[in-house]
Design a protein around this ligand. Structure first.
Ligand code: ADP
Ligand code: MG
Length: 250
């Protein structure tokens, strides 16, 4: 489903991704661990072309992200085509980013109508299904400020799913939440994982990673230094840096 090969990314003189290779199978859950500043968010942003790579490439479901390949030549895609690729990849941020002036339902139907050209009736029917799925059937008419952080994040997840993405990226989806609200969001992630959604989740929730991840990758200073099953990576990490990181978060 996802193939990342030799990806480098710098901001000015600061090389943030130093040659990343990563393969993600369709239907799998990959958890990305790593210290603050190691490049986790940048990696996710590169996957849907919110950041352009300097070297290397990313393929999602066979398509090169940001480029069209003709023979052995690469042509940069136009903005419209990039937006189309991006619409196939859901992105859930740490800070929900709901539109404050729209209700939960309106937040969810906006993109399917504008990006996919769905009718309002179809988009609404699907949004109500998704609200039900994240346990918020009764909050369709609520505005973000009337919802708890956990509820807002569940609306944000429903909004990402409304575009029927091939892949959903989660960047620390529970980090901004009060501790008592983390569980309800992880429950939704667990449900999605169980239904075969391809997911990449940046999180420090090690218990969740152990239970739900098919693979865990450990990023340190722009390099993917270790990966494996939860048992391999959490119980017998090979690298000192992985061990040091786990000692801090466990
Ligand atoms: P993480 O998510 O692992 O904490 P990030 O990918 O957000 O790490 O950031 C990695 C490094 O890249 C950090 O040093 C950060 O300051 C830097 N960085 C990220 N985005 C930008 C940007 N748009 N411009 C300049 N530096 C950036
Ligand atoms: Mg980050």
């Amino acid at each position: 489903m996802i193939e990342v090969r030799g990806v480098h990314k710098s901001f000015g003189h600061h090389e943030v991704l130093k040659g990343i290779d990563l393969t993600v199978e369709a239907g799998s859950v990959t958890v990305v661990l790593g210290p603050s500043g190691s490049g986790k968010s940048t990696l996710l942003r590169v996957l849907n072309h919110l950041e352009k790579v300097d070297r290397g490439h990313v393929r999602v479901d066979g398509s090169l992200i940001g480029y069209r390949q003709v023979g052995d030549r690469l042509y940069e895609l136009r903005e419209r085509q990039v937006l189309k690729q991006r619409a196939a990849i859901g992105f859930v941020f740490q800070t929900f980013n709901l539109f404050p002036h729209l209700t939960a339902l309106e937040n969810i139907v906006e993109a399917p109508i504008s990006a996919l050209g769905r009718s309002r009736a179809d988009a609404t029917a699907r949004a109500l299904e998704l609200l039900d799925r994240v346990g918020l059937a009764d909050k369709a008419a609520a505005y973000p400020r009337q919802l708890s952080g956990g509820q807002q994040q569940r609306v944000a997840i429903a909004r990402a799913l409304a575009l029927d993405p091939k892949l959903v990226l989660f960047d620390e989806p529970t980090s901004a939440l009060d501790p008592e609200l983390v569980g309800e969001v992880l429950d939704v992630l667990r449900d999605l994982a169980g239904s075969g959604t391809t997911m990449i989740v940046v999180t420090h929730e090690i218990g969740f990673a152990r239970e739900v991840a098919d693979r865990i990758v450990f990023l340190d200073d722009g390099r993917l230094i270790e990966q494996g099953t939860p048992t391999e990576l959490l119980d017998s990490p090979k690298h000192d840096r992985t061990r040091a990181f786990l000692a801090k978060v466990l």
